[in-house]
Design a protein around this ligand. Structure first.
Ligand code: NAD
Ligand code: MLT
Length: 312
């Protein structure tokens, strides 16, 4: 039996070798298709592999009569209609571990860039402005990093921040005092984190409970001059509230990799010099893209052959 696998987003060439090497898999990769084109293509495929660009809607799922598994090369499955997939008996599998390190490194790069105004100073210098006074920064050493969401990425960020000799306080509903002790960090409520932190970084999924968890009231509880990073999901921070908090000089800087609506163009936050931003690049490294493609390809092969995987 030959299984037909369709890849609709750019995935690492190196990473899809488990599919390409398998004698019983026929792999087709076509990216940048319109919804209509994808609907047509998917009617006779057993598996669909995506990153985050393809929106796997109910309509798409309803038309894909042969589909058995959807593989997401990454953590978040928010671009897949899980309810529809479940209704139609289609398994959804993600790759939760492969990009953890890259996301944590991107977060640390954001924190350091915010502390030392590196993107702003770079931009100024390239406009022939040698301005040393405008870009006086702050040290990270001895400062408190507040982490909201201490899962895979959050825990890696905590370890790296300790390497920078920061104190770490975290809120996660599943974090026990004993676990925090073992990690050498403090655990507290969201309010404790907001009040104690000089830098704050969010690492939760976007859920009903986490949507706008950093909102106007949250900003009011923070220290003046706090710096804040979101490399997790747009919508965890209320963007209007963040804008106001920056204008009111409550927040000294924000590092954003993710936005409520993506892709983002002409956003008011991007007009503020205190904001540094990247276009959802947290997992965009050679290593992470290879890892997630390998993980999800292996799982898709296993599932199509009738096996069981951990990440389904
Ligand atoms: P994870 O599931 O390992 O960790 C998420 C943590 O959030 C868990 O420990 C969970 O208990 C906690 N959490 C849930 N509800 C919470 C709440 N109300 N308050 C506080 N904490 C809560 O996920 P992860 O792999 O660490 O990823 C974290 C986030 O980063 C996800 O949103 C993921 O999609 C995103 N991510 C983004 C990029 C990127 O490219 N920017 C890359 C990787 C991951
Ligand atoms: C993820 O959920 O894994 C990240 O957002 C990275 C991505 O796929 O771009």
């Amino acid at each position: 039996m030959t299984y037909r696998v369709f890849i609709s987003d750019p995935l690492s060439e190196d990473g899809i070798y488990p599919l390409q090497e398998a004698d019983d898999m026929e792999v087709v990769q076509e990216t940048d298709l319109t919804n209509e084109q994808l609907h047509e293509r998917l009617t006779d495929y057993d598996a669909l592999l995506v990153r985050s660009q393809t929106k796997v809607t109910r309509e798409l799922i309803e038309n894909a009569h042969r589909l058995k598994v959807i593989g997401r090369a990454g953590v978040g499955v928010d671009n897949i209609d899980l309810e529809a997939a479940t209704e139609y008996g289609i398994m959804v599998v993600n790759a939760p571990d492969g990009n953890t390190n890259s996301a944590a490194e991107h977060t640390m790069a954001m924190l350091a860039s915010l502390a030392r105004n590196i993107p702003q100073a770079d931009a100024a210098l390239k406009q022939n402005r040698w301005d040393r006074k405008a870009y006086v920064g702050v040290e990270m050493k001895g400062k408190t990093l507040g982490i909201v969401g201490l899962g895979r990425v959050g825990a890696e960020v905590a370890a790296r921040a300790q390497g920078q000799r920061m104190n770490v306080i975290a809120y996660d509903p599943f974090l026990t005092a004993e676990q925090a002790d073992n990690l050498g960090i403090r655990s507290g409520s969201v309010a404790d984190v907001l009040q104690a932190a000089d830098f704050i970084t969010a690492h939760t999924p976007l859920l009903n409970e986490t949507k706008h968890i950093i909102n106007k009231e949250a900003f009011e509880q923070m220290k003046d001059g706090v710096r804040i990073v979101n490399c997790a999901r747009g919508g965890i921070i209320d963007e209007d509230a963040l804008y106001e908090a920056i204008i009111n000089q409550k927040v000294a800087g924000a590092g954003l990799d993710v936005f409520e609506e993506e892709p983002v163009y002409d956003h008011k936050l991007l007009e503020l010099p205190e904001v540094i931003a990247t276009p959802h690049l947290g997992a965009s490294t050679v290593e992470a893209q290879r890892n997630v493609a390998i993980d999800v390809s292996n799982d898709v092969v296993t599932i199509l052959r009738g096996g069981v995987t951990q990440n389904a």
